[in-house]
Design a protein around this ligand. Structure first.
Ligand SMILES: [Zn+2]
Length: 250
């Protein structure tokens, strides 16, 4: 009799532990909604986002948004930079871009390349050197920004660009930023000296994106409907371009 009771207790305990474990796994998987991972939302209506033109940060256009925490850290970095280099431009030239916005970029580039290549896979590969497929951009996450110029030439050969890039590499990590598209990766986008990512939040987005790609990639794929999506090696391109980032950003 005694033995039976213990066994029953053990089973009950085991099953409640399992329930807890399953619940917490489920909660973890749900902590960033899928539409936030793929940019299918309106950052302008999200209370966790702030308009950069309402801050002291210089911007090259109105209506760019970023999550609040990266914005606060970026302002600190900007103030720090300006103490040493008041005459060198430090301008946010891109911040959050949602799926609809990214789709506009994709479509424009697709249309421009179509006469030259006339092969969906080749067109996609050309665009992907520097631009993302809608639904796969780190700019969807509200954690990533482009600074001053989107030309490698500027950061390599312009006197001010060289100083800026050296400062960004030495100092932005102190404020939580990493450079996802660094030199020397084996795949993904070409190096982008201008693109910086607020790691404490972006690494959670990346981890969740990766978990879905590893376990149930269709969950992502079924939300992608940009021009050419059904004529390219979609899943392998998504995996390559989302996951091949600087290990510092994981
Ligand atoms: Zn960028």
């Amino acid at each position: 009799m005694m033995k039976k009771i213990i066994t029953l207790k053990t089973v009950t305990h085991f099953s409640s532990t399992l329930t807890l474990l399953l619940c917490s796994t489920f909660a973890m998987a749900q902590s960033i909604p899928l539409n936030k991972l793929t940019g299918q939302f309106d950052e302008k209506k999200d209370s966790n986002y702030i308009a950069l033109d309402s801050t002291i940060l210089p911007v090259n256009k109105k209506g760019m948004y970023l999550q609040k925490e990266p914005t606060e850290q970026l302002i600190k970095a900007y103030n720090d930079f300006k103490k040493s280099y008041s005459n060198i431009p430090f301008i946010v030239v891109s911040a959050t871009r949602n799926y609809t916005y990214q789709n506009g970029i994709w479509q424009r580039k697709w249309d421009a390349l179509l006469p030259k290549f006339n092969n969906p896979q080749k067109i996609a590969e050309q665009i992907l050197k520097l631009s993302s497929m809608p639904g796969t951009s780190r700019h969807h996450w509200g954690t990533d920004i482009d600074i001053t110029s989107v030309s490698s030439e500027y950061f390599k050969n312009d006197k001010q660009g060289v100083i800026l890039y050296q400062w960004l590499r030495e100092n932005l990590p102190k404020y939580g930023f990493c450079q996802p598209f660094s030199e020397g990766r084996k795949g993904g986008y070409l190096p982008e000296e201008w693109h910086w990512s607020y790691k404490p939040i972006a690494k959670q987005y990346l981890a969740e994106y990766k978990a879905i790609l590893d376990s149930n990639p269709q969950m992502i794929m079924q939300n992608l409907n940009f021009t050419g999506y059904d004529k390219i090696t979609l899943e392998s391109l998504v995996k390559e371009y989302v996951l091949t980032v600087n290990p510092d950003c994981y």
